[in-house]
Design a protein around this ligand. Structure first.
Ligand SMILES: Cc1ncc(C[n+]2csc(CCOP(=O)(O)OP(=O)(O)O)c2C)c(N)n1
Ligand code: SF4
Length: 283
């Protein structure tokens, strides 16, 4: 670990320091920054970590729970949300967080993602969007931009990408926000708000993968990718005043939806109570 950091640094409090390091992230990967933001949000809210479960699928992003000393579950590619749903249903008092990649959440796990939004179960889902399948060597994902070069689209991607946040809003999530690895302080705030939402909350964190995406797409370094995030992000309040041509290719950041919808486990509890009271037999 980095010698420049003091051992009492807030992030160190939560790491499985002596068990799971060194980590697998490449130098300059954005996923560590986003994990740091999540840890800081948890610390700021003083959440009881014995009551917290972090669930992931498979991918570089999905390795994140391995490194933190919470209750963690590292599951199957695309299936973090079904596991998390089971945990939350079995014990609604637990705080359940899912960490997922753009491939994990919107390709193989896309069905689970939209139905978790629709069902509105109280889970916070952090999508680390680096626009590529990082772990498996740079195949294009449902968020790779049109024209982006990847291992499976060497002449440029021709598929239109999903906007993860629009997808979540359309499918009915209670809280939807987008931040970037560059704007880490803002990202911490967005995650804090998501963690307090009594419903399904999504935070898309734009992350950089220089290894599998950046160097194929004319970025000079990981810091060049961070600079790109800095220069191309527009807060939602300014976004709404801009004409479409000024929004093209830019990142809309901030809180994009915040609703009070009926939450699934609370409704499910009512059904349990009705069934226990024999209500259904009277009908
Ligand atoms: C069922 C299944 N299909 C495919 C894979 C191979 N696989 C592992 S990670 C991954 C993609 C990861 O991409 P993403 O979720 O975007 O995360 P990143 O690595 O970019 O953080 C794939 C296709 C797998 N492990 N299991
Ligand atoms: S391949 Fe990409 S996503 Fe995976 S650790 Fe390296 S930089 Fe990060």
């Amino acid at each position: 670990m980095n010698k420049g950091r003091t051992p009492d640094h807030v992030v160190f409090k939560y790491l499985r320091k002596n068990k799971k390091f060194p980590h697998i992230f490449c130098q300059g990967c954005g996923h560590g920054i986003v994990l740091g933001a999540l840890i800081r949000a948890i610390d700021k809210l003083k959440l009881n970590i014995d009551n917290l479960v972090m669930v992931s699928g498979i991918g570089c992003s999905s390795r994140a729970p391995v490194y933190v000393d919470f209750n963690t579950l590292h599951t199957l590619h695309g299936r973090a949300l079904p596991f998390a749903t089971g945990i939350k249903l079995a014990n609604p008092d637990l705080k359940v967080i899912v960490i997922t990649g753009d491939g994990d959440a919107s390709a193989i796990g896309g069905n689970h993602f939209i139905h978790s939004c629709r069902r509105n179960i109280e889970i916070t889902c952090i999508v680390l969007n680096n626009n590529i399948y990082g772990m498996t060597g740079g195949q294009y994902s449902p968020t790779t931009p049109v024209g982006g070069s990847s291992a499976t689209a060497p002449f440029g991607n021709i598929e239109r990408p999903f906007d993860i946040c629009d997808l979540a809003v359309g499918a009915g999530a209670s809280f939807v926000a987008r931040g970037t690895a560059y704007h880490v302080t803002g990202l911490i705030g967005l995650i804090e708000q998501a963690l307090q939402k009594p419903g399904f909350s999504v935070v898309e964190a734009v992350s950089q993968c220089y290894t599998a995406y950046g160097r194929r797409n004319k970025f000079k370094s990981p810091s060049d990718m961070l600079r790109w995030q800095k220069e191309n992000s527009i807060d939602v309040r300014a976004w709404d005043k801009l004409p479409p041509e000024k929004r093209a290719g830019k990142i809309k950041t901030g809180i994009l939806a915040d609703h009070e919808y009926t939450e699934y486990t609370r409704e499910y509890q009512k059904i349990i109570e009705r069934a226990a009271g024999g209500d259904h037999e009277k009908e």
